[in-house]
Design a protein around this ligand. Structure first.
Ligand code: 5GP
Length: 197
């Protein structure tokens, strides 16, 4: 997605060879207009997949997921990373190791909002080693619902998450695919070039 790549190039900060900071439009301050375009793009990609629910994880997955939910006209459920006082019954849970925080959290979703007839689109802000997305897949599968696909805003293709998910037979659609963060620069995988190869 050209607009997203331009935004990453203009405002993203490369913190190391492995970490990209996008606090100015996705992870802290949020650019609503860009989120709207991201939601529209996810909705276009998954338009014919009979999506009935979107599942994401707090907090940075929520903005793009809500916009996709707006365009697909389906509810959005976000997994919680911490136990909630009001969310206690019938929880679906999975253990997720955080790439950026280097800690393991139990994430949870109420069973009430997913059922066997649901076709779920999973959305997240970043894909690195695939832990967060895999946790969400496990939660959806526990409910008996099916995973229609995984929509990622920024995939770091030099890490192994996308391949891991694809090897499990899951469909992964990423709006920006980062090939490298070496030398403080963001390099993207260019779809058109890939098609020519
Ligand atoms: P994974 O579970 O795929 O290893 O990592 C994905 C999660 O870690 C995302 O939900 C995101 O919050 C965080 N993450 C991974 N890599 C980055 C990164 O380079 N920058 C930022 N801002 N978050 C990241």
């Amino acid at each position: 997605m050209r607009l997203l790549e331009e935004k990453i190039s203009a405002d993203g900060k490369v913190l190391s060879d492995h970490v990209l900071k996008v606090d100015s439009f996705l992870n802290h301050q949020i650019d609503p207009q860009l989120m709207l375009e991201i939601g529209k793009e996810f909705a276009r990609i998954f338009a014919d997949d009979g999506i009935t629910k979107i599942v994401t994880i707090e907090s940075s997955g929520i903005a793009p997921a809500v916009m996709a939910g707006l365009y697909l006209n389906v509810p959005v459920i976000f997994a919680r990373k911490r136990k909630s006082l009001t969310l206690v019954d019938d929880l679906l849970t999975a253990s997720v190791h955080s790439f950026t925080k280097n800690e393991t959290n139990e994430i949870s979703v109420s069973n009430k909002y997913l059922n066997e007839s649901d076709r779920v689109l999973i959305i997240d802000d970043f894909l690195a080693n695939g832990e967060a997305a895999l946790g969400l897949v496990k939660i959806v599968q526990q409910s008996g619902a099916s995973v229609a696909g995984i929509g990622i805003v920024i995939e770091k293709s030099f890490q192994h998450g996308a391949q891991k998910l694809k090897d499990l037979g899951l469909r992964v659609e990423s709006l920006a695919r980062v090939a490298s963060l070496s030398n403080g620069e963001v390099t993207f995988i260019n779809e058109n070039v890939e098609e020519l190869i």
